[in-house]
Unconditional design. Structure first.
Ligand SMILES: Nc1ncnc2c1ncn2[C@@H]1O[C@H](COP(=O)(O)OP(=O)(O)OP(=O)(O)O)[C@@H](O)[C@H]1O
Ligand SMILES: [Mg+2]
Length: 427
């Protein structure tokens, strides 16, 4: 006699978090209809972060047609190892995630999300960089309920920067990613997204090619414009004990014998031997290794003392060194795109418990607008929706039919968002 199956406990793969429409909508904070905007934001963020890291003015080309979105940049090109590591779905790969800093990308998650999106829309992802084309597609092992990533490489003519292309079959026409170029609202959304990036990045030259026609074209107003670089030393004032422990653990993983003395050199104002000696003397850790404070248990009181001493021996970072967009660039931008003479601009700089911020706001009546339009950004990345939607008490009386553009941007090393998809700021 055959025994009947009994209920049991099963393990499901964590990879699935990236490979179903429902999970990806949660991860990105946006429904499938909005994924083109998510793809665009993440790819432009990556392009700008990579250029800023190298200290070069970004030049970004976005190309969209009925079955693809492509973003190309002029940075150093994504390295082969980074592509390989981003395809390991049990971990996150980022050159920034572990530091507290005012960077655009900080989760090491976006490229993985794109691989997942490619799977859900039945498409494929290709990355051209450093003369290599990485073609990434996904099969699905039904029994194991696990995606199987296929990564092929072939020669590419691309010698400068990176070009990332998401392609999907034309047949899938019920909803995106069918021919999304036939829906004019997409072009408008993408146009405004590029406008947002250009408004908050004075050094950015960016162009949108929509089915072979230039839809948006903007030349940088200041090629020398400077913001806080992802490669700059991070400040001890921006950390809480948990962040510092996480960063230390990451360094110990790659170098188990690293000394606290060497770890301190990573931080703004602590690279000089005398400053580091002061921290080590104050905490009694002169010859200690970093791992001594992590195992067998995390020594939280000691970490608290270390962080306090690091802060006391370093200078506060001035808000303006995070980067200021400025009245001139915003006014120029608003004039160029239809702003009448009603342009207003305001900037507030400050810090909260040593964590600096700069908030910039601009307002203009724009010819051609039929309703109020919010253009928002955080850490020089343009929001998909109004990032400040949860904290705009001060314009409650705005009439939605007013043809005004309201621009708001904040930069700060510690920003909290309502979700992983950076949908709204929690201020
Ligand atoms: N255009 C690019 N040029 C050079 N390097 C890149 C580019 N795009 C991505 N990278 C590298 O790949 C890493 C992973 O990118 P990904 O977008 O997944 O994560 P992130 O930008 O660090 O964080 P987030 O998930 O918040 O975007 C980046 O940290 C960066 O090192
Ligand atoms: Mg990113």
């Amino acid at each position: 006699m055959m025994s009947s199956p009994i209920r049991s406990t099963f393990t499901t793969s964590r990879k699935l978090e990236y490979f179903s429409e429902g999970e990806l909508s949660k991860q990105t904070g946006h429904s499938r209809k909005e994924w083109p905007r998510v793809v665009l934001r993440e790819l432009i963020d990556n392009a700008l972060d990579a250029c800023d890291e190298m200290g070069i003015a970004p030049n970004v080309l976005v190309r969209c047609d009925a079955t693809s979105i492509e973003v190309s940049d002029n940075a150093g090109g994504i390295p082969v190892e980074t592509v390989q590591r981003m395809l390991e779905f049990d971990s996150r790969t980022s050159s920034r995630a572990i530091y507290v800093a005012p960077d655009r990308g900080a989760q090491g998650n976006a490229l993985k999300t794109l691989v997942g999106i490619a799977h859900v829309i039945n498409g494929r992802l290709s990355i051209d960089s450093r003369q290599i084309r990485h073609s990434i597609s996904i099969d699905f092992d039904v029994i194991r309920q696990e995606p199987v990533i296929c990564h092929d490489t072939s020669p590419s003519a691309r010698t400068t920067g990176t070009s990332v292309r998401l392609e999907w079959p034309a047949s899938d026409s019920d909803h995106w990613p069918g021919d999304f170029t036939s829906d004019s609202s997409y072009e408008s959304h993408l146009w405004w997204q590029l406008f947002g990036f250009a408004a908050i990045n004075p050094h950015l030259t960016i162009c949108l090619d929509w089915c072979g026609t230039t839809s948006f074209e903007h030349v940088a107003s200041d090629l020398q414009w400077k913001k806080w670089k992802p490669s700059q030393p991070t400040s001890a004032y921006w950390y809480q004990v948990d962040d510092l422990v996480r960063l230390a653990a990451a360094y110990v993983q790659s170098n188990p014998d690293i000394l606290i003395r060497d770890f301190l050199a990573l931080f703004d104002g602590l690279s000089r031997t005398a400053k580091r000696k002061a921290v080590l003397d104050e905490t009694g850790l002169q010859r200690a290794r970093l791992r001594d404070l992590l195992s067998p248990d995390v020594d939280t009181p000691k970490w608290t003392a270390v962080l306090r001493s690091m802060q006391n021996n370093a200078q506060l970072v001035k808000p303006r060194s995070l980067g200021i967009i400025g009245r001139e660039h915003l006014t120029q931008m608003l004039r160029k795109y239809g702003g009448a003479d009603s342009i207003r601009y305001r900037k507030v700089e400050g810090d909260r418990a040593g964590v600096p911020y700069v908030l910039e706001a601009a307002f203009a009546r724009l010819k051609g607008l039929t309703r109020a339009k919010f253009v928002t950004g955080a850490n020089f990345s343009a929001g998909i929706n109004d990032l400040f939607a949860r904290s705009r008490g001060w314009i409650d009386d705005l009439d939605n039919t007013d043809p005004v553009l309201i621009f708001t941007h904040i930069v700060s090393p510690r920003l909290s968002f309502s979700d992983r998809g950076k949908g709204a700021l929690l201020l």
